[in-house]
Design a binder for this molecule. Structure first.
Ligand SMILES: [Zn+2]
Length: 187
């Protein structure tokens, strides 16, 4: 068998039809990342979309991400920490001063990054309003894995707008700076 590569797999042996299980043909493949052999469904190998075994494809996806993502996630992390911890930050008055905290684990970028990738953060090469931004599910609570999710910038500002109209009592005037309204421009 020639050394043909399918994504992160090298095909060692395409099993003959008597290895067919559940109507699928299987094959023996070598993961080019860890050099271990695996039995895989031939159809899933043939399309070349998998980057080797689960462990290696995860690692590669991560490396790919770090290489191409630019610094957006890092910037989000930095801004989050600044508005909560740096009293000189222009947004500190709406965050740190109001008791909004970043949880201890997220004081380290790598831990924050790991969470972000696990819950599906991707760096999208799209218009700003369609990019992902961090959202606190309950705006009264801080930044931690239980209270955060990723929304697009436009979803996030729509949510802030709804919260503003819900939290401002009828008849009161909207303060231009958003003070007391619980509105944050996340990111
Ligand atoms: Zn592997």
């Amino acid at each position: 068998m020639e050394d043909k590569l399918y994504g992160g797999w090298k095909l060692i042996e395409l099993y003959s039809t008597h290895h067919i299980k559940k109507g699928r043909r299987h094959c023996l493949v070598l993961c080019t990342g860890c050099q271990k052999t695996f039995t895989r469904d031939w159809m899933s190998v043939k399309n070349g979309h998998t980057r080797g075994c689960n462990t290696c494809s995860k690692k590669r996806r991560y490396a790919n991400y770090r290489q191409y993502s630019g610094g957006r996630l890092h910037r989000i992390w930095l801004n989050m920490n600044n508005r909560c911890n740096n009293s000189k930050d222009i947004n500190y008055q709406w965050y740190g001063a109001k008791g909004i905290k970043v949880c201890d684990e997220w004081r380290t970028f790598l831990t924050f990054e790991r969470w972000a990738l696990e819950v599906g953060y991707v760096n999208l090469k799209v218009e700003f309003k369609h990019q992902l931004s961090i959202d606190r599910i309950d705006p009264k609570l801080g930044y931690n894995p239980d209270n955060c999710q990723w929304l697009t910038v436009s979803e996030n500002s729509r949510k802030a707008h709804i919260q503003r109209s819900e939290t401002i009592p009828r008849g009161s005037t909207v303060q231009a700076n958003g003070a007391g309204s619980g509105v944050q421009s996340n990111d």
